[in-house]
Design a protein around this ligand. Structure first.
Ligand SMILES: Cc1ncc(COP(=O)(O)O)c(C=O)c1O
Length: 441
């Protein structure tokens, strides 16, 4: 498949083979999240945003596996690194007390692994100097809140609309959809406050006189507050809310959170699991804000979970954090390093900014009946509809035109093209989406 000329070609989706595959899958798989019956064929040709399904349909994938494949399919930088690693059995490195090298010297080994991934993350994260690796985003969040609790306080602050993962600790911080949380126990002491996205007139109580007058500032205020800031271990925040609907916080809200951190010394955890790794045009989306995070949680495109923090926030005692795979899985970390290096080598932050702007301009010029808002930063893009039904119909119609998209929030559709998406691919994606919206209308 030649990326320069590839185009989506759909004959029948889901086709007969996909139907059969899905049926077989569900004989064994527990019910989970399934958006549509698209069955990627890993044995067929795929490159950049183009992939082939089990019935031979070629699709333009603007989901990037919910940001877990920031470079799309078969990026040569990643595939070369993986092909070069010719140990036949995938090796996992067990436990915190095991080290493994991918050669010599440690600063530049033949195969960079978990140690080099941690080094890359530290150098990408101003003021943060240590990393604990795990497997998933939820574990990265779980460890982030653990280190904050170990350092100070027994309360946490989360925001309406937040999503932080599905382990019980991370789940206790979720405020996006009831289905994620209902019936499960929660860790105590978690307070939720509005995540303000109001640009002009604020309707969520954040607009008054700085942090002493906003929703969280009021609760922490030394005289009229109800919570002693010393009791608060962390404020966890997505710099742009993901599952909650690609919501972009207002500047005022961000300034207030920065002031609250400065005033009370409460740790800020930036959840960059969806927004990080260059997607918004900065390496971390929090860099668009005045907030200095004390801890960053990352995962997805890194292929491992990573809790990145200041050395003084991590507990000193050994054994406070650990996991069988807590030193990182070598092959996954190798892929993570190749991804981080590709972002720098190919200027992908710059590309994300440029192509994101192009996408927003084209979407704004397109005839899109039923669309209420077009927003995003870099390639973390969203189109909000007037109703949830319309959004769902558009996701299905886009698929029938060969474009893969995802919903988020209540009635929003998200677009996550690969970070190296080209001008031609953005034009194609917007055109297919516009056709889908018009079909539904
Ligand atoms: C912002 C955010 N935090 C945490 C998670 C959980 O990550 P994982 O699914 O790897 O556990 C996700 C997953 O979508 C996410 O978007």
């Amino acid at each position: 498949m030649d990326r320069k000329t590839a185009e989506p070609v759909v004959t029948d989706i889901p086709g007969d083979r996909a139907d059969e595959w899905v049926q077989y899958h569900h004989e064994f798989a527990a019910p989970s999240t399934y958006v549509y019956e698209f069955v990627w064929d890993v044995t067929s040709e795929s490159i950049g945003p183009f992939c082939t399904d089990i019935d031979g349909n070629v699709l333009l994938d603007f989901t990037a596996h919910v940001a877990a494949s920031p470079l799309g399919y078969n990026n040569p930088k990643v595939t070369r690194a993986m092909e070069g690693f010719d140990i036949p059995e995938p090796t996992k490195i067990a436990g915190q007390d095991f080290y493994a090298s991918g050669g010599w010297p440690p600063e530049d080994p033949e195969f960079p692994g978990p140690t080099q991934l941690m080094e890359r993350l530290v150098s990408a994260s101003d003021g943060l100097d240590q990393v604990f690796l795990s497997n998933t985003g939820a574990e990265a969040v779980e460890n982030a809140i653990k280190i904050c609790y170990a350092d100070r306080g027994h309360r946490g602050v989360t925001f309406d609309g937040a999503f932080h993962g599905r382990t019980l600790g991370a789940l206790s911080l979720n405020r996006s959809k009831a289905v994620h949380r209902k019936g499960y126990p929660e860790i105590p002491g978690v307070l939720s406050v509005p995540y303000c996205t109001c640009e002009d007139e604020c309707t969520c109580g954040w607009e008054t006189d700085g942090p002493a007058g906003n929703a969280l500032g009021d609760k922490l205020h030394p005289e009229r507050g109800v919570i002693d800031p010393e009791e608060v271990a962390y404020i966890i925040l997505e710099p742009i809310q993901g599952e909650g609907g690609y919501r972009i916080p207002s500047d005022r809200f961000l300034e207030d959170i920065a002031t609250i951190r400065e005033r009370y010394g409460i740790h800020i955890i930036a959840d960059e699991i969806q927004s990080g790794l260059g997607r918004t045009g900065e390496f971390w989306a929090i860099e668009h804000t005045p907030i200095e995070p004390d801890v960053i949680a990352s995962a997805k495109g890194l292929r491992v979970g990573a809790t990145i923090g200041r050395a003084d926030v991590f507990p000193d005692e050994t054994g406070r954090l650990s996991s069988t795979w807590g030193a990182g899985d070598f092959l996954s970390a190798l892929q993570g390093v190749a991804t981080v290096d590709a972002i720098e080598e190919y200027d992908l932050q710059e590309n994300a900014t440029r192509r994101g702007k192009q996408a927003k301009e084209l979407l704004s010029d397109a005839y899109l009946p039923g669309v209420e808002d077009i927003r995003g930063r870099g390639l973390m893009l969203a189109v909000e509809f007037d109703t949830k039904e319309r959004r769902e119909d558009v996701v299905r119609a886009a698929l029938s035109h060969g474009l893969l998209t995802l919903g988020c929030g209540h009635k929003t559709l998200r677009l996550l093209p690969p970070l190296d998406v080209t001008e031609r691919e953005i034009e194609m994606g917007v055109e297919l989406l516009a056709q889908a919206v018009q079909d539904v209308a």
